[in-house]
Design a protein around this ligand. Structure first.
Ligand SMILES: N[C@@H](CCC(=O)N[C@@H](CS)C(=O)NCC(=O)O)C(=O)O
Length: 232
């Protein structure tokens, strides 16, 4: 696995920099779960070494990688002795260890809505459109079945999100600040748009958020096409 150093949203204090040098992110450019963590790292101004794991070449199943994450998924974050996989666990770790630019609101209702959005994306949409599942469906039933499956999964999730967010949205998903809900939504909306050809006119709130996110460098710099392994 090649290594590329990525410096984005550099933190202010030198002391912070010392901690930052240890961070390594195992990521695949097109992975929406890796995209979430890249946004969180950028948002907190943390620099990190980027280690590409090519999912299309099966590198997630190499013995070396399975030592880091036995379930064989990206992303994985290494912070000195700490090895953490799963985007939610990683982002919560970053939130606890690097409190600058908090990713959760203090208001407990708003916080719960953030977790609800995170859970819809990471439990009720993304696992049902994961690479290994789609490869399986395509193998058993063909490419058309695969696309109609993904589209139905995304539409069901987006319909729920659209209803939920109507009551909470401001400039961003749960108000006028970026929180964890946004970090999970942005990659999911992006892949619906770019990869799975979803008609976003049915989802005006999600479409508006999608436009707003890429006005912000932390989101822009985390985009798949801006990664060192893009198109690999
Ligand atoms: N719950 C995990 C899911 C991780 C996951 O599904 N990763 C995908 C990329 S987004 C993956 O590595 N897929 C490889 C495969 O399906 O073989 C997380 O949020 O990190």
């Amino acid at each position: 696995m090649a290594s590329a150093s990525v410096v984005v949203g550099v933190g202010e204090a030198e002391e912070e920099e010392e901690h930052n040098n240890k961070l390594i992110l195992y990521s695949f450019w097109r992975s929406s779960c890796s995209f979430r963590v890249r946004i969180a790292l950028n948002f907190k101004g943390l620099k990190y070494d980027y280690k590409p794991v090519n999912l299309l070449k099966g590198e997630q199943s190499h013995p070396e990688f399975l030592k880091l994450n036995p379930v064989g998924f990206v992303p994985v974050l290494v912070d000195g002795p700490a090895v953490i996989s799963d985007s939610f666990a990683i982002i919560m770790y970053l939130e606890d260890k690097y409190p600058q630019h908090p990713l959760l609101p203090t208001d407990i209702h708003k916080r719960a809505i953030n977790f609800q959005v995170v859970s819809i994306v990471s439990s009720s949409i993304q696992p049902l459109q994961n690479l290994s599942l789609l490869t399986y469906i395509e193998g058993k039933a063909g490419p058309d079945e695969k696309l109609s499956w993904v589209q139905s999964v995304i539409k069901k999730g987006f319909t729920a999100l659209e209803k939920l967010l109507k009551e909470h949205t401001g400039r961003f998903a749960t108000g006028d600040e970026v929180f964890m809900a946004d970090i999970f939504l942005a990659p999911q909306i992006h892949s619906a748009f770019k990869k799975f050809n979803i008609d976003m006119t049915e989802f005006p709130t999600l479409s508006r958020l999608h436009e707003t996110y890429y006005e912000i460098p932390a989101f822009r710099e985390a985009l798949p096409e801006n990664q060192p392994d893009a198109a690999g």
